[in-house]
Design a protein around this ligand. Structure first.
Ligand code: UDP
Length: 233
């Protein structure tokens, strides 16, 4: 399974902390506990939006590629925080970065990542794909396809627990889909992930589970393949 966490999910909602230790702690605890009770292979892709997003720089005239490089470095910071928390819970973890930085992370090597997973280590993919002009949704889908993952687990942190016919925070009568096709997501412009990532998943027949990351127990349930949230396939 590939679990995509957005950087913003790690930020504190109550204060202006960039990385909320309590959130990281809870996520790490759930992932480590899931590994203890099952042998599901777990890879994670973490975003950087709590620190920097490529588009943040555009308003101030920053070069887009440079701004995206800053965003990718932000994901490495989050990956190290997650690794530290997972290992404190006794879960061996490797960070593989798509931008080489040998002192802090392994380089991304597909076969090595797969070997780590086989051995029960959690692998965190950092620095996205290493290329500007993408967000971390696309590398989440790409890495999932590369390592032969069953599903991309896309955790949301906005309180919306799946894909709805309309934004349930605006329209309370909106209904949640149990399952929806890629084509319908695209036709209705539902933006569960970036368009590039959705198209990639569609082309490669990779299901996406959209679920509420912040509800305790959901990370475990998603990793174990339980039917929560909405399945896009
Ligand atoms: N980024 C990139 N290429 C990638 C992945 C990420 O250029 O393959 C940059 C991009 O600027 C993006 C930032 O890294 O805005 C942080 O990632 P993202 O916005 O996906 O973070 P999230 O919204 O998941 O927290």
């Amino acid at each position: 399974m590939v679990l995509k966490l957005s950087g913003e999910a790690l930020a504190s909602s109550a204060s202006d902390e960039t990385i909320d230790a309590a959130v990281v702690e809870r996520l790490a605890e759930e992932v480590a506990a899931t590994r203890r009770e099952s042998d599901v292979e777990i890879a994670m892709v973490v975003g950087g939006g709590n620190i920097w997003r490529g588009r943040d720089g555009q308003a101030s005239g920053l070069d887009r590629a440079t701004s995206d490089h800053m965003g990718m470095l932000a994901t490495v910071i989050n990956a190290l925080a997650l690794q530290d928390a997972l290992e404190r819970h006794g879960q061996p973890t490797r960070v593989q970065s798509a931008i080489q930085m040998a002192e802090v992370a392994e380089p991304y090597i597909r076969r090595r990542a797969m070997r780590h997973l086989e051995k029960g280590r959690v692998v965190i993919f950092a620095a996205g794909m290493g290329n500007p002009y993408f967000t971390t949704d696309t590398p989440a889908a790409l890495r999932a396809a590369e390592i032969g993952a069953d599903t991309v687990l896309k955790g949301t942190h906005s309180g919306v627990d799946g894909v709805y016919s309309a934004d349930p925070r605006v329209e309370p009568q909106a209904t949640r889909f149990e399952e929806i096709s890629y084509d319908e997501v695209l036709a209705r412009d539902l933006r569960v992930m970036d368009l590039t990532a959705i198209t990639f998943c569609k082309d490669n027949r990779l299901p996406i589970l959209v679920f509420d990351l912040m509800r305790p127990g959901n990370v475990r349930a998603a990793l174990l393949g339980e039917r929560i949230g909405t399945l896009v396939r």
